[in-house]
Write a new protein. Structure first.
Length: 197
């Protein structure tokens, strides 16, 4: 019984992975809006019914496909370090991420358009982003709450916005978005976010 359940689970995982890869391939060619479920299913060698038995619909499938190419920063976190040190670590993580963002410009732009036109997906992405901001705010409040000149969640929003802004600006003007500029911006944010900074 356990072996049969594990085999079924493994088969389902393979099916989902194949559909996600097919969706990503079609989205990279046509964009998320114009990627049709019939074409995605055919690309995966399956029927459209396989999509609906593994995902709630196109929005969920496209979200999972976009997640395969999503960019995430992973700064080195030092408990108890000054805010400026943490911001420098975030800046270095952003710098390390920039080369990975190359070649994803068209796909990321297409996904943003899709999110803005698909209410179900927009709600899900907004909830996911809100949860990430809340987690960041909790860490900032715990580590620096007593010295912050702004609300921890506002600082989390500023950090995320600065990160995303540098990624997109680097895609437009890579020579202007240098490590020096990125580090200086995060250090300035740290200085401004601390009372008396």
């Amino acid at each position: 019984m356990t072996t049969r359940l594990a085999t079924t689970r493994t088969k389902r995982q393979r099916t989902r992975a194949a559909l996600i890869e097919a969706a990503l391939a079609v989205a990279e060619e046509k964009g998320f809006l114009d990627a049709g479920l019939d074409e995605i299913a055919a690309r995966a060698g399956m029927t459209k019914g396989a999509i609906y038995s593994n995902f709630s619909g196109k929005a969920e499938l496209m979200l999972r496909a976009a997640e395969r190419r999503s960019l995430r920063i992973a700064p080195e976190y030092e408990p108890g370090a000054p805010l400026k040190t943490q911001m420098q670590a975030i800046a270095r993580a952003v710098v390390e991420l920039l080369p990975k963002a190359r070649g994803l410009e068209r796909l990321n732009a297409a996904f943003q358009v899709y999110v803005l036109t698909e209410p179900e997906l927009r709600t899900h992405v907004a909830a996911h982003n809100s949860a990430a901001l809340d987690a960041g705010a909790d860490t900032l409040a715990r580590e620096y709450g007593e010295i912050l000149a702004m609300a921890p969640r506002d600082l989390a929003v500023a950090i995320q916005s600065l990160t995303i802004g540098f990624i997109y600006q680097h895609q437009l003007t890579p020579d202007a978005v240098t490590e020096t500029v990125i580090v200086a911006a995060f250090e300035a944010l740290a200085a401004g976010a601390v009372r008396g900074g």
